[in-house]
Design a protein around this ligand. Structure first.
Ligand SMILES: Cc1cc2nc3c(=O)[nH]c(=O)nc-3n(C[C@H](O)[C@H](O)[C@H](O)COP(=O)(O)OP(=O)(O)OC[C@H]3O[C@@H](n4cnc5c(N)ncnc54)[C@H](O)[C@@H]3O)c2cc1C
Length: 383
């Protein structure tokens, strides 16, 4: 599926790029990266300009746009700065689930604050793969039938502890142990029994805040259930296809950003009285990097366009995330090598692109899990 961008889409892409060029200060980012500091003023400005919640409906403060437009925006932001782009791109991490499965009341209550940059949100899925986790996160309906009691711990949660709202995937201890035992529940960071601890020391994405969330017998009203009881896994799966594509957009931006810097360097750097871009080995390396970026772009745009056309293709979504994340890591790795000694230094940025790219291969659907999913989609589960 070949995707040709419309004029409006190109304008959105340009607006995001201009915003990033004007607001992302390279020296300030180095300092924030060093201190692992969440860039609240830039997050708020992004929201004011409509770059957060682009995919949510206008009636709830969102942009009412497609997934392709969302991809174009995060791609442009990450191309300018991988670290800042990821922090902004993940600010509305929960909006998709709310849009798809929230009740009218939940959407009206929570979506505007997310889209308008008044509230960050987090999502806790360590039970997403039933065979992988320790199933530590449990819930049960209380005796009065009015509340859900939740206990559990999530060690690595994006946007915690600054987020005000969390979606949790919880297993109902009173339900038979099956796919249908899981539900999604909304919990506020202020609820009694919720403990939030900052987690520092990430390799990359150091402008994105991260923390540990622990709930001890927290009671929330039944109305906090998101979507249908027992459908938590199925709901998450449905929201995940869009999230994979958005992550692919971020990875694509990182790959393109690392490529831009490499091209620029190869045109300028002189060694042995020649520009290094004149050496065939450099030219072939750059050609390989371009190929990886363009493959990632084709898949990512196609997966997004399919979702916008209401003909989602899970194979394309998973393949886009895999391909774009691998491209980001490989291109950023080569960019460091191509920059020689300077590539290893903070000032030249490509080392940060590499550190940030690596995260996208692990979180939000790690490479192994995605390959399993792709294999299940194309050959099925064989007995
Ligand atoms: C920066 C960051 C942010 C995160 N943010 C969030 C968040 O917001 N919310 C959230 O819920 N979680 C979050 N996570 C957690 C993240 O989703 C998990 O770390 C990720 O899914 C991998 O799971 P794991 O750490 O348990 O690794 P494991 O599943 O223990 O994997 C360890 C290794 O074993 C391999 N492996 C695992 N299973 C198999 C298998 N079946 N076959 C072959 N190999 C296998 C893996 O590929 C990997 O190499 C975040 C993590 C990071 C690093």
């Amino acid at each position: 599926m070949d995707v040709i961008l419309s004029r409006t889409q190109k304008e959105i892409q340009k607006a995001a790029w201009e915003f990033a060029k004007g607001e992302f200060d390279a020296a300030a980012i180095i300092e924030m990266d060093h201190r692992e500091y969440f860039p609240a003023p830039i997050w708020k400005k992004s929201a004011e300009l409509g770059f957060i919640g682009l995919h949510a409906a206008e009636a709830y403060g969102g942009g009412g746009m497609g997934l392709l437009e969302t991809v174009l925006v995060v791609e442009a932001l990450c191309r300018r700065s991988s670290t800042m782009g990821i922090a902004i791109g993940l600010a509305d991490v929960l909006a998709e689930c709310l849009s798809l499965f929230g009740s009218e009341e939940q959407k009206q209550r929570y979506l505007p604050s997310i889209c308008e940059g008044r509230q960050l949100c987090g999502i806790c899925l360590n039970d997403l793969n039933p065979d992988a986790s320790d199933n530590a996160t449990v819930c049960r309906t209380t005796g009065d039938g009015l509340h859900i009691e939740i206990s559990g711990r999530w060690p690595l949660v994006v946007n915690a502890p600054v987020a005000g709202l969390y979606i949790l995937l919880c297993r109902d201890v009173d339900a038979p142990d099956s796919e249908q035992a899981y539900s999604l529940v909304l919990v506020s960071g202020q609820d009694q029994g919720v403990a939030l601890r900052p987690v520092k020391g990430k390799l990359g994405m150091r402008l994105t805040s991260m923390g540990e969330l622990e709930l001890q017998a927290v009671h929330v009203p039944l109305a906090n259930r998101l979507g249908q009881k027992g459908q938590g896994r199925m709901h998450l799966k449905a929201a995940t296809w869009a999230f994979y594509v958005k992550s692919a957009g971020m990875a694509l931006g990182i790959a393109q950003g690392a490529l831009d810097r490499s091209l620029d360097y190869a045109r300028k750097r002189i060694q042995f009285r020649r520009k290094i871009g004149q050496f065939q080995v450099t030219r072939h390396k750059l050609a390989q990097m371009v190929m990886l970026v363009e493959q990632a772009r084709c898949l990512t745009y196609a997966a997004a366009a399919r979702m916008d056309a209401k003909r989602p293709d899970p194979v394309l979504s998973a393949a886009a995330k895999l391909c774009a994340c691998n491209a980001a890591v490989k291109v950023a790795y080569e960019a460091i090598q191509l920059h020689g000694g300077y590539g290893y230094m903070t000032e030249y940025e490509v080392e940060r692109f590499y550190r940030d790219a690596k995260m996208l291969q692990i979180a939000g659907g790690n490479t192994g899990m995605l390959k399993d999913e792709l294999a299940n989609l194309v050959i099925g589960k064989l007995s």
